[in-house]
Design a protein around this ligand. Sequence first.
Ligand code: PGA
Length: 262
Amino acid sequence: MIQKILVANWKMNPQTLSEAKVLVNDIKKISKSSGDTRVVIAPPTIYLGEAQKMLAKSNFSVAAQNVSAEKEGAYTGEISAGMLKDAGMACVIVGHSECRARGESEVEINKKVLAVTALGMTVILCVGERERDDEGYYLEFLKEQIQTGLRGVQVKSIKNIVIAYEPIWAIGKDAKRVVLASELHEMSIFIRKTLLDLYGKAMAYKVPIIYGGSVDAINARDLISNGAVDGFLVGRASLTVKSFSELLLITKSSGSPKSVRI
Ligand code: PGA
């Protein structure tokens, strides 16, 4: 059975360590109420160590928002998968559309996925189309993103993969609109089918599929009840403990498993 997952992607927020500590501290208070939902907090890199220390004894884990594709050496400004592992990270977000928009290539993303899974950490692989065309090419686009992102990932590492479907048109403050639960349901089936073709039934059903893009306490219940997803990757609504705790409540009370069997 797939575990439900709620991921907080803080992006480049908040601006000071003291604010970050307040937020982590508030979030820690709700960690006892997570039930069987896996909760992952992804603060900016500079706060990772502190967040890791503060959450070490809770059942929430800490993730990095990105990682270098390289192992070590002359890569100014980069942080390797090995360093994240050494700092106690359980998870890394890879291929977020905001990183892709700054030039991260499919090849790099695939190298990152391999580097992280090789060390036994979980990859939250973000995929999603920029826009929807009437011909349905966006489906092919999404399939290719998944196939290239996971190229070379061995069957034994598939348990360390989470797919985050994040259509770019639904992300952030400039989002066109939120995805409809019916659209999400379709996409979940499509992603599951793509995984089935790659890894076969037994393994493909081990991969959680989560949704990200303008998730909040108002739309989350419908999306998780009718969208056939196993949880959420949340940006803005993860920055206050009030909205994040509402999302945790919705996620954990949504029943399980959420993923469709096809
Ligand atoms: P948002 O961000 O929830 O603020 O739309 C989601 C994401 O980019 O992961």
